[in-house]
Ligand binder design. Structure first.
Ligand code: GRG
Length: 286
């Protein structure tokens, strides 16, 4: 069942994260562990489930899952900095620059990023598989992926006109979608199988995830979410809700979930957990 599989993924990725960070000591290592605590672990779950579908060993999948959760945590720490979103609360805890200071937050993100690539380079997998995962991670996180999406989002704050639906879709494909896409495909890449069905699935849930985030920003409960809400509305920024309306945004998210589940048809019932995860992406309250 999906809920059991998600809890299992949360437990397994925490063990893997503890293991990869164990040799590290000092304040940055403390902040890395702090940053990698909590969260839904959706990206780890996607890696593990995709790996399971392709018969990849859980040990290898868990390392790849730890890698994506570390670069995701890197993005959250940097996103929360005063020069970006300037947030005090993340996953229900003070953000790293509040708990420590800005220099620590920058360095913690940097250290998580390099450890991400170190872990991928040391996976028990053929060299060409490791290179494929490293290269796709670099592209997903970098100047044509998450960094680009974040830069577009920041530029939109001072732009004269709000983003159009097309622009916001491209911005989110980078900012949120690229790492989700990497997570979805990683299991197939590890098995040297065709990643196309999982890529299509992950692209659809990535966009649905962001639409759900925009809905939660308005309808969510800040205490449950563990972070500040109503930010985009307060800043007068265009969101999927402002552009499609609440009813339209919910309908679009629902369509994307159908599309995501359709993409999984080559896997039949073995992909039931991934189908349930697609629903979870839009039904979640955090
Ligand atoms: C790491 C190379 C690199 C660059 C960072 C700061 C930045 C560039 C990007 C910001 C990206 C960002 C924070 C996007 C928001 C994505 C998002 C909706 C995060 C929340 O994800 P959840 O809900 O969080 O899965 P949990 O806490 O459950 O893990």
């Amino acid at each position: 069942m999906f809920q059991d599989a998600l809890i299992d993924a949360q437990t397994r990725v925490q063990v893997a994260l503890d293991q990869v960070m164990r040799p590290h000591e000092g304040v940055i290592a403390d902040a890395m562990r702090y940053t990698c605590t909590g969260g839904k672990r959706l990206r780890a779950f996607l890696v593990m489930e995709g790996a399971h579908l392709h018969g990849v060993s859980p040990q290898v999948a868990d390392q790849a899952a730890a890698a994506i959760e570390m670069i995701h945590a890197n993005s959250l720490v940097h996103d929360d900095l005063p020069c970006m979103d300037d947030d005090d609360l993340r996953r229900g805890m003070p953000t790293v620059h509040v708990q420590w200071d800005e220099a620590t937050a920058v360095l913690t993100g940097d250290a998580l990023q390099t450890l991400t690539f170190e872990v991928l380079s040391e996976l028990e997998a053929p060299a060409q598989v490791r290179v494929a995962l490293i290269s796709s991670m670099a592209k997903a996180a970098g100047a044509a992926g998450m960094v680009l999406g974040q830069a577009m989002d920041i530029a939109a704050e001072t732009a004269e006109t709000p983003l159009t639906l097309d622009e916001i879709t491209r911005m989110q494909a980078g900012k949120t979608g690229a790492l989700i896409e990497w997570s979805g495909q990683a299991g197939a890449i590890l098995a040297e199988a065709d990643p196309t069905p999982l890529r299509h699935y992950a692209q659809a849930i990535g966009l649905a995830f962001q639409i759900a985030d925009d809905i939660l920003d308005i309808e969510g409960d800040a205490a449950k979410a563990g972070k500040r809400l109503q930010k985009d509305a307060d800043a007068g920024k265009a969101t999927f809700v402002s552009l499609l309306g609440m009813v339209g945004a919910k309908a679009r998210a629902g369509e994307l979930i159908v599309q995501a589940c359709d993409a999984l048809s080559p896997y039949g019932d073995s992909a039931n957990n991934l189908k349930a995860a697609a629903r979870f992406v839009i039904d979640r309250d955090t």
